[in-house]
Design a protein around this ligand. Structure first.
Ligand code: ADP
Ligand code: ZN
Ligand code: ZN
Length: 747
C-alpha cells in the first residue's frame, strides 16, 4: 500500500462576531452564536450576553464587526438585540473614530455612549404612548387644567405616557383617561413618524405660527440663508454673535427648516444653559415637542429619549455633553451653542470633546453644523481663519433698544476696601438698588474665604490629602477642601504657635453675602448662588425667582454667568478678575476674557443700558484694556498670536498623560517607561515625567507627561502605537493613569 500522505484538510477559518465589552483592555474578542446559526453583517451594532474573563462571568458585549476567528477556542454568545442593532451604523462608525482619536479602548468608548439601562442589558423597547381619542366630548371641558392639558396634547399629537404624566401630572392624565378623552394605546412607529412630519411642516402653512412672530434682522437673515443654502452637505459654520444678538432665533429658523424636511436636529448646550425656559422657548416657537437629554433625567427617561432618537421620532433634541451620542437615523442639522464652553469636554473616563465629536459626525453624515458663541474658542476662530469653517457674525443686539453694556475698570490700588469691595463699587450698587434695579456681584470662588491664616506665625490651613489650602466656610467655623471634599471644624488656635490670631484671608461668595446683607438688606432681597447654596437646576430657578422683578442683589459664581434672562439687571460687578491675569495656564487669558464678556452680557438685556465694573490692581493690563472696548475679537487675536509664538494649541497638537499612585516612585517609573516608548517617534516631543501642578490630591501623588507635536497626524501615529501596549504593561497596574488628547487644561 503506497504510503501516501494526504495533505491536511483545509479547515476554513470560522467567521465570528468581534465583540467589545466595558473593560480597560485593548482589542476585541471572538464569539460565535450560541444557537449554532451563522453570523451576519446585520448583527453589527447589536448587544450580546457573553461569558467573559476568568470564571466566565456573564457580561454584556456589543458586536462591532464580523471576521475570521483569531483564536482556536471560540466561546458562544447569545444575541440580546434580536431586531435592530442598538448602535446603528453611523453612530458605531463615529465611536470607532472617537476610540482612535482619544486612543481609548473601543469597549469603554462604546459604553460611554450608552444610557445606563442599555449598558446593563435592558431591552430596547419604546414605551407605549398616550394618544387622543376622537370619541370624547371635548365640550365637557370648558376651562382649567384639563382643557389646557388636552390642548397641549392636541398640538403635540402623541406623547409617551411617562412624559404626559410628568408634564400634565398623573392626576390630570388619569382624569382624561377616565373621561375617554385620551386613551393609552400603542401607536405604531410609522404613525408617529407621520404625525411628527405633519407637525414639522406646519409653520410653513400657518401664517399665525409662533415662528413668524419675529422678523429676522438682516444679519440673522443672511446667517440663516448661508447655512440653509446646502442642507445636504457637510459644512462647518462658526456663528459669532454678541449676547442677545439673536443666535437662538437663527437656530430656531434652521431647526424649523430641518423639521420641514422631515429630518432631526440635535442641539448641544452647556450644562448650565439647559433650563426649563430654554426648552419652553424652543417648544413655543417651533410648535413641536422638544426632547431634553441631560443628567437631571432618570436613567429610564434618558434611555427612552435615546430610543426615540434612534427610531427617528425625536425630531428636536436639546441636550448637554452626552447628547452628542444620540443615534439619529435621519439627521439634518447639528448645533453647538456656547461652543467655547468647558463643559463640552469630558474630564474623566474617555476624555472626549462633544463639540469636536459632533463636527466629525456632521462630516460623516454630510450635514451642516453650527457652532455658536459670543466668545468663540480660539480653536474655532483658528478654524474659521484657516477657511475650515465659514464665519458668520451678528454684531448688534436684536432686541430694539438693548445696547451693549458699558465696561469700566475700577482701580483698587491704595483704596480702602470693605469685604474686597471699593467705595466706587459700593456706591454704584447702592444707586442701582435705589433705582429699583438688579445688581450682580460676580466672584468665582465659593465659600467664605480661600485661606485661613495665622497672623502671628504665618501658618495656613492646608488639606492633609492635597497640596492645596482649605477653603473657609460658615463664617469661619468650618474648613473644606474643594479638591477632595475633606472637611473639618476650624481649630480654636493656631496648631503651630498656639496663637489665637487666625484670620480668613481673601474673599469668597459667602463673605460677600454676609457683608452685602448687612449693608443693603433694607434696599433689596439678597441671594447667593453657587454650588454651596444651589445644587439643582430647579433650585437655581427658584432662587432666581425669589429675587423677583424689583430691586435685587445677586451674588454668585459662574453658575450665574449665563443663560438666565434677568431683564432688570443693570449692574454687574466683577471681583477677583486679577487671579486670571497672571495664571500660567495657557488657556487662562482666553477663559478670563470669555468669562468677563459672558457675565457682562447679563447686564442691560432689556431696555435699560447695563454697566459693568471690573475691580483690578492692574488697570493697564492689555487684556483688560481690550475688553473695555468690548472687543473679544481683539483679545482673541492677541491670544492667538501668543499661542502661535509659544507653540501652544491650536498651533501644535497636545496630549497629556496623567498618573497618580500612593508611591511617587511607582508613578515616576511608569511614566518614564511610557516616555521611553515614544523614543522611536522623534516628531513627538516628550516633556516629563514632571510633578502635576497639584502634586498631591486626595492622598495620591501625581505626575504627568506632556506630549507635543507640530502635526496632529504625527502625534496620533505615535499614540496609536504606544498606548495599546501601555494597557498591557505590568507597571500600569500599580498606578491610576489616563490619556487626555487635546487637554482643556494641564492640571
Ligand atoms: P442670543 O441667543 O444671541 O443671546 P436670542 O436669540 O436669545 O440671542 O435673542 C435675544 C432677545 O432678542 C430675545 O428676547 C429674542 O426674542 C429677541 N430677538 C431675537 N431676534 C429678534 C428679532 N429679529 N427681532 C426682535 N427681537 C429679536
Ligand atoms: Zn501661628
Ligand atoms: Zn483635599
Amino acid at each position: 500500500m503506497p504510503a501516501t500522505e494526504l495533505p491536511p484538510a483545509e479547515t476554513p477559518v470560522e467567521t465570528v462576531w468581534k465583540i467589545v465589552v466595558n473593560v480597560p483592555l485593548w482589542g476585541q474578542f471572538d464569539y460565535r452564536p450560541a444557537d449554532g446559526t451563522s453570523v451576519s453583517p446585520a448583527d453589527i451594532g447589536k448587544r450580546v450576553r457573553v461569558p467573559f474573563g476568568r470564571g466566565g462571568h456573564e457580561r454584556i458585549g456589543l458586536i462591532t464587526a464580523i471576521g475570521p476567528a483569531g483564536v482556536e477556542q471560540v466561546l458562544p454568545a447569545t444575541l440580546l438585540d434580536t431586531e435592530a442593532p442598538l448602535l446603528p451604523g453611523e453612530l458605531l462608525e463615529s465611536l470607532v473614530w472617537l476610540h482612535r482619536y482619544t486612543v481609548s479602548p473601543l469597549g469603554e468608548t462604546v459604553w460611554q455612549a450608552l444610557p445606563k439601562p442599555m449598558r446593563d442589558g435592558d431591552p430596547d423597547t419604546l414605551e407605549p404612548v398616550a394618544m387622543l381619542t376622537t370619541t370624547g366630548d371635548l365640550a365637557t371641558l370648558r376651562a382649567g387644567k384639563y382643557k389646557s392639558a388636552l390642548e397641549s396634547l392636541l398640538t403635540q399629537g402623541v406623547l409617551p405616557e411617562s412624559e404626559a404624566r410628568e408634564r400634565h401630572t398623573g392626576a390630570v392624565v388619569n382624569e382624561l383617561l377616565r373621561r375617554d378623552l385620551v386613551c393609552l394605546e400603542p401607536v405604531s412607529i410609522s404613525e408617529r413618524l407621520a404625525l411628527a412630519d405633519a407637525a414639522g411642516r406646519r409653520w410653513r402653512d400657518e401664517p399665525e405660527h409662533p415662528l413668524h412672530r419675529l422678523q429676522l434682522t438682516q444679519q440673522q437673515h443672511d446667517a440663516v440663508h448661508a447655512i440653509a443654502a446646502d442642507p445636504d452637505a457637510y459644512h462647518g459654520w462658526l456663528l459669532e454673535g454678541v449676547t442677545g444678538s439673536g443666535k437662538t432665533e437663527v437656530y430656531l429658523r434652521l431647526i424649523a427648516q430641518t423639521l420641514a424636511a422631515g429630518r432631526q436636529a440635535l442641539i448641544l448646550v452647556p450644562e448650565i444653559g439647559l433650563t426649563p425656559q430654554t426648552l419652553q422657548r424652543f417648544e413655543q416657537r417651533l410648535g413641536v415637542p422638544v426632547d431634553a437629554y441631560h443628567s437631571g433625567l432618570s436613567d429610564k427617561d434618558r434611555a427612552q429619549v435615546w430610543l426615540r432618537g434612534r427610531a427617528g421620532l425625536a425630531r428636536v433634541i436639546v441636550g448637554t455633553r452626552s447628547a452628542a451620542f444620540l443615534p439619529l437615523p435621519n439627521p439634518g442639522l447639528f448645533i453647538v451653542d456656547e461652543e467655547h464652553d468647558g463643559s463640552f469636554k469630558q474630564f474623566d473616563g474617555i476624555r472626549y470633546n462633544a463639540r469636536d465629536f459632533l463636527v466629525q459626525r456632521a462630516h460623516r453624515v454630510g450635514r451642516p453644523i453650527v457652532l455658536g458663541s459670543a466668545t468663540p474658542s480660539l480653536e474655532s476662530l483658528h478654524n474659521a481663519q484657516s477657511g475650515r469653517y465659514g464665519l458668520l457674525r451678528l454684531t448688534e443686539r436684536a432686541h430694539g433698544g438693548a445696547t451693549h453694556p458699558q465696561m469700566h475698570i475700577v482701580d483698587m490700588r491704595g483704596v480702602p476696601l470693605e469685604a474686597g469691595l471699593s467705595p466706587v463699587v459700593l456706591k454704584a450698587i447702592q444707586v442701582h438698588l435705589e433705582r429699583g434695579e438688579q445688581v450682580l456681584v460676580f466672584r468665582n470662588r465659593r465659600g467664605y474665604a480661600p485661606v485661613l491664616l495665622c497672623h502671628d506665625c504665618g501658618w495656613s490651613a492646608q488639606c492633609q490629602q492635597c497640596d492645596a489650602p482649605m477653603t473657609v466656610h460658615q463664617q469661619g467655623r468650618r474648613l473644606q477642601c474643594h479638591h477632595c471634599g475633606a472637611s473639618r471644624t476650624t481649630p480654636p488656635a493656631c496648631p503651630d504657635c498656639g496663637g489665637l490670631a487666625l484670620h480668613p484671608q481673601g474673599i469668597g461668595t459667602e463673605r460677600l453675602e454676609e457683608f452685602l446683607s448687612e449693608r443693603f438688606a433694607d434696599l433689596a432681597p439678597i441671594v447667593r448662588i453657587d454650588r454651596g447654596s444651589t445644587r439643582t437646576r430647579d433650585g437655581l430657578q427658584q432662587r432666581l425667582a425669589s429675587v423677583g422683578d424689583g430691586a435685587g442683589l445677586l451674588i454668585g459664581t459662574q453658575m450665574l454667568a449665563k443663560g438666565h434672562d434677568l431683564p432688570n439687571l443693570t449692574l454687574v460687578v466683577v471681583v477677583g478678575a486679577d487671579e486670571g491675569l497672571f495664571s500660567t495656564d495657557f488657556r487662562a487669558g482666553e477663559r478670563l476674557a470669555q468669562q468677563l464678556i459672558q457675565v457682562a452680557g447679563r447686564a442691560g438685556r432689556a431696555d435699560k443700558p447695563g454697566v459693568v465694573l471690573i475691580q483690578t490692581h492692574h488697570p493697564d493690563h492689555l487684556l483688560l484694556q481690550r475688553l473695555l472696548a468690548a472687543d473679544y475679537g481683539a483679545v482673541a487675536q492677541t491670544e492667538l498670536d501668543e499661542r502661535s509664538k509659544a507653540s501652544w494649541p491650536p498651533f501644535v497638537a497636545l496630549a497629556l498623560i496623567r498618573a497618580e499612585g500612593r508611591h511617587v516612585a511607582d508613578v515616576r517609573e511608569f511614566l518614564q517607561s511610557v516616555a521611553n516608548a515614544f523614543g522611536p517617534y522623534p516628531n513627538v516631543m516628550v516633556m516629563g515625567p514632571l510633578p502635576a501642578p497639584m502634586p498631591k490630591r486626595a492622598g495620591y501623588l501625581r505626575e504627568q507627561l506632556l506630549l507635543q507635536a507640530d502635526s496632529r497626524a504625527d502625534l496620533h501615529f505615535a499614540l496609536q502605537r504606544v498606548i495599546p501596549t501601555v494597557y498591557g504593561a505590568p507597571l500600569a497596574r500599580k498606578v491610576r493613569w489616563s490619556l487626555d488628547v487635546d487637554p482643556y487644561d494641564l492640571y
